[in-house]
Design a protein around this ligand. Structure first.
Ligand SMILES: *Cc1c(COP(=O)(O)O)cnc(C)c1O
Length: 387
């Protein structure tokens, strides 16, 4: 049996995979088991922030793994402390909880909002409001938060206490809050899985202001948009708001499973001993990797991300077979005349790996993809969108 057949035999069928087996890579180039090379425009869904087998990242991981690979949260470890300090100093947030994935970082955010509201207003203030077309994870609670019915079917009942409003319509939040008090609001400033759709800036500000006025915990899901992806350290910075809670994961540790939930002034003291925890959370190897990743996301790199973003927008916006381009930074959605999946398959044949998000082709290249590599990839994408 070949590997595709063995995979089908032994691995749960949760993923529709492309017929490619990747074995190695360097930077933004990956290689399959037949020696064919591809430009990686997906970076493991926005995870390998500085590409594959990046030297600085390897050194950070290697140094730490030779010191200690895991220690329980019953003891102090230096990489966690340094990383939490760096995150707080760079964002103005006050406290950090570490976990292992995006869904978990949102679970923590939701628990913080619920406890804040329950302590201050009583146990009937538990509703969490999210947006239609959002994506917040695959656990039963983060599925409840996810505003796309396709993910809900056959998994009922989901965690109760969630409500969903249309992006752009603040009045729907007001109506809900007047009927059933709202504990928290959770949004992605750029809806990633929903097709790389940035929210309207005025709407985000209106949400933020209403939440402040009503003492509703305002949470931003930066799992995909965070850690430089949007051309800003976190996307909320570009939307001119100051969240009470920020969740992040994907690119944070550059390829290791890691997540973080950051709490601002309003919520910094909500979690106490026993309220939450994670055996693997704050793994020192992941923290060391994240320290290395974050310390490289400086103004120069962010300016570079925005410049490459502009290049992609300029090249693709009026290209043949392209209807529109959406997104921010190196998080880009392309609405194509052809079906997105056909474009992606054509790109694979021509040696470029792209993603989809809903009906769009999605690009999430490494933040440091070299310009000459990006140029080749964009040409192949242009080519595949046309004819
Ligand atoms: C990917 C993603 C998640 C889920 O992250 P996992 O690590 O798969 O649990 C949550 N929210 C957003 C915005 C995401 O893009």
């Amino acid at each position: 049996m070949n590997d595709f057949e063995l995979d089908k035999l032994y691995i749960a069928g949760t993923y529709k995979r492309f017929p490619v087996e990747i074995v190695s890579g360097k930077g933004s180039i990956v290689e399959d088991n037949n020696g064919k090379k591809y430009i990686d425009m997906g970076s493991g869904i926005g995870v390998t922030a500085f590409g594959i087998a990046d030297e600085q990242w390897i050194k950070a991981v290697d140094d730490q793994i030779h010191k200690i690979q895991h220690m329980s949260n019953l003891y102090y470890t230096e990489p966690d402390i340094k990383l939490a300090q760096m995150l707080c100093q760079r964002t103005g947030m006050k406290k950090v909880f570490f976990c292992n994935s995006g869904a978990e970082s949102n679970e923590c955010a939701i628990k913080v909002a619920r406890k804040y509201a329950a302590e201050k207003y009583g146990s009937d203030r538990y509703t969490i409001v999210t947006l239609k077309n959002s994506f917040h994870g695959r656990t039963l609670t983060t599925l409840a938060a996810t505003g796309q019915d396709v993910f809900h079917k056959l998994f009922q009942p989901l965690t109760p206490g969630f409500a969903c409003i249309d992006p752009g319509d603040i009045d729907q939040l007001k109506v809900i809050h007047e009927k059933t008090p709202v504990a928290g609001v959770l949004i992605e400033c750029i809806q990633g899985e929903g097709g790389v759709m940035p929210l309207d800036k005025e709407f985000v500000k209106a949400l933020y202001e209403y939440c402040q006025e009503k003492d509703i915990v305002f949470m931003v899901d930066e799992v995909q948009t965070g850690n430089g992806r949007s051309g800003h350290l976190y996307s909320y910075i570009a939307f001119d708001v100051k969240p009470d809670v920020v969740s992040t994961a994907k690119g944070l540790a550059g390829g290791l499973p890691f997540g973080a939930t950051m709490m601002g002034e309003k919520c910094e003291n909500i979690l106490g001993p026993g309220d939450h925890g994670s055996t693997f959370g704050g793994n020192p190897v992941c923290s060391a990797a994240a320290l290395s990743v974050l310390s490289r996301i400086d103004d120069g790199l962010l300016a570079d991300v925005r410049a490459k973003s502009k290049y992609i927008f300029d090249q693709l916006s009026n290209a043949e077979g392209v209807e529109s381009v959406s997104g921010m930074g190196l998080m880009i959605g392309i609405k194509t005349k052809k079906a997105a999946i056909d474009v992606v398959n054509e790109c694979i044949e021509k040696g470029v790996l792209c993603l989809t998000a809903k009906d769009r082709v999605r690009l999430l290249p490494a933040l440091n993809i070299p310009m000459e590599v990006l140029k080749v990839a964009v040409e192949v994408i242009q080519d595949s969108c046309a004819d």
